[in-house]
Structures are given as structure tokens and as C-alpha cells.
Design a protein around this ligand. Structure first.
Ligand code: GDP
Ligand code: MN
Length: 398
């Protein structure tokens, strides 16, 4: 689960991490008072969307002005003007996709004087099964570009979970960033704070870009992006409360209500499959035959008729979907139960695109008979290969 920058900074502040003072703004009319309360001489007006690259982003509306999604203001009046320009407008960044995202919240911060910009992140490194730090002196920029062109400017190491974060980790970061004296000490303290926050809140990723040294000699986190491990949210009600559903795909929200594993994708073929492995194999074979899946959807091993219906509704409600492939292996669940679920779903929600059903496993003959006898316009398939070819052909013809 992702949160907004201002929420991420709120979480980090609990651990003592140095961030600028700021106020979240929902109405442009609140901006002036908030700016006066923070005090100048410099403010930063920051668009809050679940995507990076805001500084270099562009608004689609003319009234929003030519500047990006992060703006420096030198007066209260300028803060007010920027807030009025940005709120409610659509910001397109390298990470939002061409449609962009509507800016419904701003974060107004006291502006910092930047002397140096660095990059710092923590993530779960699957290769070592440890939390890893990634740091670079090349902050403020696209870290993927740094990795591509000057990989030697990125320093990475992981932390042994048995010892946790140690003073030598902090020293390694200070050294990688070329810091000494008091700044090195600040970096060491920050290293321990960030690690503590990462572990305590079950984060999957924490990215600070830029981490800065201010003109006053303070280390500060000017930006913060956090992804929390969704599987651990049950033990963090404070984090769940930060969820902003307007930033999420409504189809994915609906799927999570029915306990379906669903990820929306860009293609035209909607997939309903049981088991994550089979779902991935299904997506692969759709691609192999020259089409693209519209989603990943695992209805789970013990899917009920209700779950199958909910899944069907989500798939058919997606205007991108030009055909549906149901690929179910009846193991714990019997094929006849699935066939009845599919028919009930089709009757309930209607069907305007071709539907290919491939069933295999327990009671497969009965399942096929139920579908054949249903009178519905369903294309039956014998195996995965056959099913993929049939749905790709049907979609190309339509
Ligand atoms: P992003 O573009 O979405 O990553 O948003 P950031 O929060 O990183 O802001 C973009 C850029 O704005 C940063 O890289 C900084 O260069 C600049 N910026 C952000 N906050 C401040 C600030 O307090 N003072 C100054 N001078 N620049 C800032
Ligand atoms: Mn940033």
C-alpha cells in the first residue's frame, strides 16, 4: 500500500527523522493562513499524488501555469496563487502515465536551502532476504538513470536481521556520501532511525530523494516515498487509516473486498484463473499468441459461486476487455461447481464479449456438459493452448 508524501513524512517523524515543517492543504482558501503559520521566507507547494517525478511534471490545464507539481514560493500571496492553480488540476509525470493524476491535496512546507542533494533508499532485497540500503551522491535525479550510466555512484549493502542496524552501517553511509564530522554523525543517527521505522512499520520500500544537507548544515529528508507491505497491514491500523482510495484503481479496490488477488493491466483479454501460478501461465500464453492480458486475477483455490460472480463483474465492467478467458483447474473445487458459478455470473451480469472457458480436473465432463447445456454463447476449450488460441482469435475477429 502506498501513501502520500506528507503521510510518509508523518510516519518518519515519529522516529525522529528530520523533515521540514509542513501542513496538508485540501482547500486553496486554507493555504494563506497555513503559509503565515509556517513562516517564510521560502515555502514549497507540493502536489500530493501517488507518483513520483512531480517536480518535472506538467499540468494539463492552462490555468495551472507552466511550472511543475512542486513549486517554490517567496511570499504568502504566491503560495495562495499556486495552491489555487494546482488544486483539482491534472498532473502528468513520468510515473503517472499519459492520463496523469488529479491533484486533490497539497503539502505546504517551509522551504529548505539546499547545499547538497543525495539519494537514499531502503528495500527488501530478495536475493539476500535482508533489508538493504541504497545510497548515492547523485540525489534529486532519476536514480534509474544513475544506475544505467554511472553505476559506481551507487553504494548498496544489506543489514543482518540478527544484529539489526549497527553503527558501522551509519558510518558506511556517511562515507558513501562523503560526509565527515557533525554531518557524518547526523547521517549515522538518520540511518538508525530509518531502519527502525522500516522494520517497525513493515515497509516494503522507503525512498528519500533528495536527502539534503541544508545551508545551515542540517541533514533533512526533503521527499519521502513509502510502500507498506500489504500482508502486514493487519497489525498497523494507523497505516491503514492513511489509505487514499481515490489514488487506487477502483477495480482493485472492489477485488480486495471479495478477497480476490487482482491486478489491472493494459491488455484486452480478461482472465479468470485459480491459483497464482496458473494465472501467470495463462498470461504468458496469451502473450505467446500475440495478445495482452487485461488483468491478473486469481480467484483462489476455494472460490465460491459468489466469488466467481464478483470476479466476473470486475472483468466485464472494464471497458478495455474485449474477450474473457476462464481457465480453471478443478482440484479442491469441482468443475461442475465452477461451471455453475460461471453461468450464474454470465446470466447475472450479461456478456457482450467472447468468452472461452477451459476446465480441467475433478468432474470435468459434468462441468463441460453444464456449460454446453446452458444455451449461453460460450466457447469451450480442451487445454490451455487451445483456450489461448481461441480467445486471441475471437478478440482479433471482434
Ligand atoms: P518529486 O519530483 O516527485 O520527486 O518531488 P520532490 O519532493 O523530490 O521535489 C522535487 C524537487 O523540488 C527536489 O528534487 C528539490 O530540488 C526541490 N525541492 C523540494 N523541496 C524543496 C525545498 O524545501 N527547498 C528547495 N530549494 N527545493 C526543494
Ligand atoms: Mn523526489
Amino acid at each position: 500500500m502506498n501513501v502520500h508524501e506528507y503521510q510518509a513524512k508523518g510516519v518518519l517523524k515519529e522516529f525522529g527523522v528530520p523533515v521540514s515543517r509542513g501542513v496538508a492543504i485540501l482547500k486553496a482558501s486554507d493555504a494563506g493562513a497555513a503559509a503565515r503559520e509556517l513562516g517564510g521566507p521560502l515555502w514549497v507547494v507540493k502536489s500530493q499524488i501517488h507518483a513520483g517525478g512531480r517536480g518535472k511534471g506538467k499540468f494539463t490545464e492552462k490555468e495551472a501555469g507552466d511550472e511543475g507539481g512542486v513549486r517554490l514560493a517567496k511570499s504568502v500571496a504566491q503560495v495562495e496563487a499556486y495552491a489555487a492553480q494546482m488544486l483539482g488540476k491534472t498532473l502528468v509525470t513520468a510515473q503517472t502515465g499519459p492520463a496523469g493524476k488529479q491533484v486533490n491535496r497539497l503539502y505546504l512546507e517551509q522551504g529548505a536551502n539546499i547545499a547538497k542533494e543525495f539519494y537514499l533508499s531502503l528495500l527488501v532485497d530478495r536475493a539476500t532476504s535482508r533489508v538493504a540500503f541504497v545510497v548515492s551522491t547523485e540525489g534529486g535525479m532519476d536514480i534509474e538513470e544513475v544506475a544505467r550510466h554511472t553505476p559506481d555512484k551507487i553504494v548498496t549493502f544489506s543489514v543482518d536481521p540478527a544484529t539489526g542496524v549497527m553503527p558501522h552501517h551509519g558510518r558506511a553511509i556517511a562515507k558513501a556520501l562523503g560526509l565527515s564530522g557533525g554531518l557524518a554523525q547526523q547521517a549515522e543517527t538518520l540511518t538508525a532511525q530509518l531502519y527502525a521505522a522500516f522494520i517497525a512499520k513493515d515497509m516494503a520500500m522507503l525512498e528519500i530523494n533528495p536527502l539534503i544537507v541544508s545551508g545551515e548544515g542540517q541533514i533533512m529528508c526533503l521527499d519521502a516515498k513509502i510502500s507498506f507491505d500489504s500482508n502486514a497491514l493487519y497489525r498497523h491500523p494507523d497505516i491503514v487509516a492513511l489509505r487514499d482510495e481515490t489514488e487506487e484503481d477502483p477495480k482493485e479496490i472492489e477485488a480486495s473486498k471479495h478477497d480476490l488477488s487482482y491486478v489491472a493491466l493494459d491488455g484486452a483479454i480478461g482472465c479468470m484463473v485459480n491459483g497464482a501460478g496458473l494465472a501467470m501461465a495463462t498470461m504468458d500464453i496469451i502473450k505467446y499468441y500475440g495478445a495482452e492480458p487485461a488483468n491478473f486475477l486469481d480467484v483462489g483455490g476455494g472460490a465460491t459461486k459468489d466469488k466467481v460472480t464478483a470476479a466476473f463483474k470486475i472483468i466485464t465492467a472494464d471497458p478495455q476487455v474485449k474477450g474473457i478467458l476462464v481457465n480453471i483447474f478443478g482440484g479442491i473445487m469441482k468443475c461442475d461447481v465452477i461451471a455453475e458459478g460461471v453461468i450464474a455470473a454470465v446470466k447475472g451480469v450479461g456478456l457482450e464479449v467472447p468468452l472461452v472457458v477451459r476446465l480441467e480436473g475433478t468432474n470435468v465432463e459434468l462441468g463441460k456438459k453444464i456449460i454446453a447445456d446452458s444455451g449461453l454463447d460460450v466457447i469451450s476449450a480442451d487445454d490451455l493452448d487451445d483456450a489461448a488460441q481461441k480467445i486471441v482469435a475471437a478478440v482479433k475477429k471482434a
